[in-house]
Design a protein around this ligand. Structure first.
Ligand SMILES: [Zn+2]
Length: 239
């Protein structure tokens, strides 16, 4: 489908955005490009309006961030997050447990998704048109059959870290900028973890699309201390 054929979706609510201050404090920015993959743009779990952010995301990828990291959702075909795995309807919910949690003490509510981003399929590839050559690292998420991972930092139970925390620490990063898909799942949980790990955290709102168009995810992020900005502000600060 051509970009122009996909209808843009205006969110029902856009959080207040702010410029990135240039106050003389250390500023070592990282760009996290979350799950810009075929299945989330055109495929089985297409996020409304997703193709409309590709060009703006590319403009940020062209900027001199200290590091640029991509994530890819990358599941086995019987992943715990798939409705089909449980013979349930997509978008129903169940409680899942970490495979090492033998006493089932810490259940998490899991939305059951259509099959998406299966490893080694076109659906899991980066979306065509995305500039892929500038990523210093790619983080693969949800690769274990029984473990879900929305965040780029760690799995849903916060048991196992990805390579991202170490990578950001190695570069002395101060500010993390999150763009991509979906705003109310993988972008949201990545941004919440970025705050948890001590980074000043920015969601670039015109470079994100969400599955739901309501404001719930944004409010949760705002309350956690995430800042909202726009690609125009980012371009002014990181030039
Ligand atoms: Zn997934």
């Amino acid at each position: 489908m051509a970009d122009s054929a996909q209808k843009d979706v205006k969110p029902a609510y856009t959080p207040q955005t702010e410029p990135i201050p240039d106050d003389g404090k250390p500023f070592v920015p990282a760009l996290l490009v979350i799950d810009m993959q075929n299945d989330f743009v055109y495929g089985s779990l297409a996020v409304p309006g997703a193709s409309n952010i590709i060009n703006r995301v590319n403009q940020l990828i062209d900027l001199p961030f200290t590091t640029k990291v991509a994530t890819r959702d990358y599941h086995p075909d019987n992943h715990v997050s798939f409705a089909k795995t449980h013979q349930q309807e997509p978008f129903s919910r169940i409680i899942i447990y970490h495979p090492d949690d033998r006493d089932e003490l810490k259940g998490l509510e899991q939305v059951l998704w259509p099959v998406h981003c299966v490893a080694n399929t076109v659906g899991a590839d980066f979306v065509p048109g995305l500039t892929q050559t500038m990523f210093e690292k790619t983080i693969f998420k949800g690769t274990h059959r029984k473990v879900e991972s929305y965040s780029a930092f760690r799995d849903a139970w916060a048991r196992d870290e990805s390579e991202l925390p170490g990578h950001l620490a190695e570069h002395g990063i101060t500010d993390v900028f999150c763009v991509g898909l979906a705003g109310d799942f993988c972008v949201k949980y990545t941004a919440l973890d970025a705050v948890d790990y001590g980074y000043r955290t920015w969601v670039v709102v015109d470079c994100v699309k969400s599955i739901s168009q309501d404001e719930v995810a944004w409010d949760k992020l705002k309350n956690a201390g995430v800042h909202f900005t726009t690609s125009e502000f980012v371009k002014k600060r990181i030039a």
